[in-house]
Write a protein that binds this ligand. Structure first.
Ligand code: 13P
Length: 252
């Protein structure tokens, strides 16, 4: 089954609604004619509605960066999957390493958020990644194996139809240190194998696995040339329309 490349910006805590609309207006003509791929931006909650409205008809998917797993309740400061969806999100990033590191997200929370996302038909982008010390101590595969198993706990094959995984080595995020294409491919192949064990060959073949961590216009092509790298999740280089468009159009 062909896996359509998914090139997504993760804006993190950047851009107001007005700034987001201006980004979309600039990116729209730059992306015209970029077929055979999906462009996407994950925006702050406060910019969701305006960005989704501005992006209508542009082919750019708009998503959220987190959700709570409950539908509603006394959870001050939280946003449910249904709320994100109603504001215009089509997809959601789950378990980003910054959430795991600074806000206490665990594999168990990610598995609950995953169920909530799927119940609202939000495309889930589940993030996994090892730290520098885990890599240096030779624990990369052990850590990632536990993360994928825990984060996808309770997920059925049918529910996995829209699943996207993002491999983001923590040591490569915002550091300018990209994993080499070969290092990333090695991990992506491992994760595809884990998907096969957990959810079967069909899911393993059809699930897109994105790479994230210092992806830039000048390294995206070599990463995308690897057989198990199906897209990118991009922080810093996705904040400007021109570099985002260059990444989306990696093979133009
Ligand atoms: P950078 O592209 O800025 O390294 O960020 C990667 C990331 O965390 C995307 O989710």
């Amino acid at each position: 089954m062909p896996r359509t490349p998914f090139l997504a910006g993760n804006w993190k805590m950047y851009k107001t609604g007005a700034e987001a609309v201006s980004f979309i207006e600039s990116a729209r003509p730059l992306l015209a004619g970029a077929t055979g791929r999906q462009a996407a931006v994950a925006v702050p909650f406060t910019a969701l509605a305006e960005t989704a409205k501005a992006a209508a008809g542009s082919g750019i998917l708009v998503g959220a960066q987190n959700i709570h797993w409950e539908k509603e309740g006394a959870y001050t400061g939280e946003i449910s999957a249904g709320m994100a969806k109603a504001a215009g999100a089509s997809f959601v990033i789950l378990g980003h390493s910054e959430r795991r590191q600074f806000f206490g997200d665990t594999d168990e929370w990610v598995s609950k958020k995953l169920q909530a996302a799927i119940s609202e038909s939000l495309i889930p982008v589940v993030c996994l990644g090892e730290s520098l010390s885990q890599r240096e101590s030779g624990d990369t595969f052990k850590v990632l194996g536990a993360q994928i198993k825990g984060s996808l706990a309770g997920l059925s094959e049918a529910q996995a139809a829209s699943l996207i995984i993002a491999y983001e080595p923590v040591w490569a995020i915002g550091t300018g240190k990209t994993a080499t294409a070969a290092q990333a491919q090695e991990v992506h192949a491992f994760l595809r194998g884990e998907l096969k064990t957990l959810l079967g060959a069909k899911t393993s073949d059809s699930t897109r696995i994105l790479y994230g961590g210092s992806v830039k216009p000048d390294n995206v092509k070599s990463l995308m040339a690897e057989p198990d790298i199906d897209g990118a999740l991009v922080g810093g280089a996705a904040l400007k329309p021109d570099s985002f468009a260059q990444i989306v159009k990696f093979d133009f």
